[in-house]
Structures are given as C-alpha cells and as structure tokens.
Design a protein around this ligand. Structure first.
Ligand code: GDP
Ligand code: IMO
Ligand code: MG
Length: 428
C-alpha cells in the first residue's frame, strides 16, 4: 500500500503528464488534487498525442480509476468536451472517472471576470489562461462558490447561481466595462451538463480512504508547479491554488500521515508562461534554441513559453517545500544542441547573495543569476533509455544537478513518448 504525490517543481509544464502516465502503470488510482482546465498535460499513447486539462493523467491505462478531487475547480462544459474528445478517440473510461461532490464549479461569469480584469489596463495583468480559475477559487474562499453536489437540486441551484450572477454582472459591467452572457443562457448551459456531472459524483474522500485501507496504490497528481503555488510561488504571478504537495491533503481529503512518498517533476531547463519574475530567462539565441527544440508553446493556450537556464534556487526550494524524495528530470534531449549548459546556483542583488528563494519580487525581478557552467554534449540523446548510453557530458550534467539540488532522479526523460525514458526506479 502506498500513497505518492507528484508535483511540478518549476512554473508548470515540466512534463507531469508524461511522468504521471508512466508512473500510473503501478498505481490503482490517479487523483488530481488542485487547479482546473488551466492545466495542459501532454501524453503520448499508441502513437497519438493527447492533451488533458481536467481528467487525471492515468486515464489511458484501462484498469486505473481516475479521481477529480474536491480541490479542483471544474468547468462542467470543459469537462464534457474533454470526455467527448477521449470517447471519440476510442478511450473507454465509463466507470473509471469519479468527481468529488465537494469540488467547486466554474461558470461562464468566472471566465468573464478573469478576462475582463486581465484586459483592463488599470489592474495588474497576471497573464492567466483566461479559464476563470482565479475568480472561481475566490468565490470558494469567500464562501460563495457552487459545489458539484449543489447541481442536484435545480431550484436551489437557480437561486445560488442567480445571486452570484447579479454580483458578477455588476462588477464586470461597472468596473471593467466588460461583457457577460444573460443569466438564462448561463443557467441553461449548466442544466445541459448537469446530468453527466451528477452521474460521476462521488464522496471521493471516503472512496479514497477505503481504497487506501484496501492497500491500493494511489498516485496524487498535481497541476501547475511549485512557483505557481498561491502561497509559495512568485505571488501575485501565480495560480490560485496550492500546487505543492500539501495541496494533495486538502485537495483530496487525505491526511498528511498517509502520504508515503513525494516525487517532483523538473525540466532540464526552465520555462514560464504569463507574466512575473523569471531570473534565468534568456532573451538571446540560447532562449530561442530552447523554445524551438523544446516546442515550448503552451498546451492550453498555445502561447510561446518564456525559456531560460535551469534554476537550482527554484529546484532546491521545490525539494524542501514539497518534501521531494526523488524527481523525474525531463527534456534532457532539448539541450542536445547547446555548446554550454548553465545552471543558476544563487541570485545576486545589491551585493547580497541569495541561496534561498526570496519573497520580495523586487529582488527576483532585478537579481543577477550566479551561474555554474557545464560543457554541452552536442549529440542526440533523443529516445535514450539507458543512463550509460548517454554522452559523458550529459551524465556529468545530470549528476551535477543531482548534487546541486540534493535529490535523486527516479526517471530521466529523453523525448515525449513513453519509451523515451530512462527509468531508474518505480514509486510504489
Ligand atoms: P505538463 O503540464 O507538466 O504535463 O507538461 P506539458 O504537457 O504542458 O508540456 C511538456 C511538453 O514537453 C509536452 O509537449 C510533452 O510532450 C513534452 N515532453 C515531455 N517530456 C519530454 C522530453 O523528455 N523530451 C521532449 N523533447 N519533450 C518532452
Ligand atoms: P500545467 O498543469 C504553466 C499560469 C498562467 C499564468 C498563471 C495564472 O500544464 O503545468 P491561471 O489561469 O491559473 O489563473 O493563470 O499561471 N499557469 C500555468 N503555466 N502550466 C500550467 O499548468 C499553468 N496553469 C496556469 O500562465 O501565468
Ligand atoms: Mg502543461
């Protein structure tokens, strides 16, 4: 019996989808604990590429149960669209997808609030995905949210949605001069999706507790990454949930004493989408090379991702915050054409050296990375599945990272496909 948590260690898009899909092989259940359809998790299965947003990354294994936990915010239409896409592709999941009856719902007024605020010059632009994530979590914390279980009683649901709608309408129109659909349109849309969602509702906390008691292996899947965590990330340039491993406890109702392992996912370099500080960001041809070789364009919004060198201050922070005992290192192959590979080991600001992550955005925005350099390997590592087959300099780089961040690698990824992986150990 084992409960393992997988969390992103950077600013998201570390390759969690691929890693969770691979580790799911040994799990019985994969459960998403936070975020919403802002996530984009890419998985290759039988030669096809899929991008999952809400559905857990274990869905391509026919015998795995997938749970969407209470900590996730669910846009019912987005979930239905995703389910339909999988169905069209012939992926069967009828009795394998469970949704927490305590999960909060995203409605179109959340998206309108998100987009209006982002496009209004008066407010700080975060560069959100425009999916209504922030406003929906804001309603949850303000105790105004609508939970999945509220879908069961139509009259009560109408009252709840109407009260929220009136408030959002006033704000969107008066403050942002923005557009909002009519109440009837929104409510009818919700009623259309209601039946399918109700059919999947489960008391997932109780379900998971029983499964853990039955000695099943549970993989808790995080979305986004440590630096996007609302408490620990580069606030306010973060998402609105706890993407770090602690989020698995609150987002699934699993007590901390039940968690056996925490694994991180980290890219061999760094990317970020949206606004906010990024100390190792590159604006030169090296940055272009990483974007081109790594196909660094958002899986959800298609936006080009900002690219930079590996940041060990971020990595160590992620190891400590999440309690990571081992990590999956991804996209090593993307560095194949770099003559020199750099790793930032500290930040320098106004003559002071920072080895720990500073909270102050002023420091993060204006600091200079202190770099250690590694010689590149200048040959293809794509698809390498044995550590010994990697070029010597690639092995030196990986061993160097291990020392600098103080964690073992349980997996090294050398391409987007399942078999393009050096597997060192399993999780369970
Ligand atoms: P996630 O959000 O953490 O699941 O990551 P995304 O799916 O948004 O972005 C990761 C991208 O890198 C996807 O396009 C993956 O197919 C791809 N990918 C994952 N691992 C590797 C790897 O080792 N090498 C390369 N070249 N691509 C990878
Ligand atoms: P996965 O799970 C990368 C970023 C957005 C924006 C900030 C807030 O695929 O790693 P939000 O819409 O959440 O309010 O946007 O967070 N962001 C992500 N960046 N990967 C993600 O998910 C992200 N989800 C949100 O770009 O900067
Ligand atoms: Mg992604």
């Amino acid at each position: 019996m084992s409960v393992a948590v997988i969390a992103g260690m950077q600013w998201g898009d570390e390759g969690k989808g691929k890693v969770v899909d691979l580790l799911a092989e040994d799990a019985d259940i994969v459960a998403r604990y936070q975020g919403g359809h802002n996530a984009g998790h890419t998985i290759y299965c039988d030669g096809e590429q899929y991008v999952l947003h809400l559905i857990p990354s274990g869905i391509f294994h026919k015998d795995k149960i997938c749970v969407i936990g209470n900590g996730v915010v669910i846009d019912p239409q987005a979930l239905l669209d995703e389910m339909n896409q999988l169905k069209k592709a012939g992926i069967e999941f009828e009795s394998r997808l469970l949704i927490s009856d305590r999960a909060n719902i995203i409605l179109p007024y959340h998206c309108s609030s998100d987009i209006s605020r982002e496009s209004d010059g008066k407010y700080q632009k975060i560069g959100t995905t425009g999916r209504g994530i922030g406003p929906s979590y804001a309603d949850k914390i303000a105790r105004l949210g609508i939970r999945a279980c509220d879908l069961s009683d139509e009259n009560r649901l109408r009252k709840l949605v109407l009260a929220n709608y009136e408030e959002k309408k006033a704000i969107i129109q008066k403050l942002f001069d923005g557009e909002l659909q009519s109440f009837d349109e929104i409510f009818e849309g919700l009623l259309k999706t209601r039946k399918v969602i109700l059919g999947l509702l489960t008391d997932t906390h109780t379900y998971l507790r029983q499964q853990i008691a039955n000695k099943k292996n549970l993989l808790c899947e995080g979305a986004q990454g440590t630096m996007l965590d609302v408490d620990h990330g580069t606030y306010p340039f973060v998402t609105s949930s706890n993407s770090t491993s602690g989020g698995a406890c609150t987002g699934l109702g699993i007590p901390p004493t039940q968690i056996d392992r925490v694994a991180g996912v980290i890219k061999a370099y760094t990317t970020r989408v949206g606004e906010g500080p990024f100390p190792t960001e590159l604006f030169d041809e090296d940055g272009e090379l990483l974007r081109k070789e790594g196909h660094e364009f958002g899986a959800t919004t298609g936006r080009p991702r900002r690219c930079g060198w590996f940041d060990a201050v971020v990595a160590r922070y992620a190891v400590h915050l999440n309690g990571i005992d081992s990590a999956a290192l991804t996209k090593v192959d993307v560095l194949d054409k770099c003559k020199v590979v750099k790793v930032c080991t500290a930040y320098e600001h106004n003559g002071k050296i920072y080895e720990e992550m500073p909270a102050d955005l002023n420091v993060l925005q204006n600091c200079k990375p202190v770099y250690t350099e590694f010689d590149g390997w200048m040959e293809s590592t794509v698809g390498t599945y044995k550590f010994e087959s990697l070029p010597k300099n690639a092995r030196l780089y990986i061993d160097g990272l291990k020392k600098i961040i103080g964690a073992e690698f349980l997996m090294i990824s050398t391409g987007p496909k399942r078999e393009q992986t050096i597997c060192k150990e399993g999780l369970f």
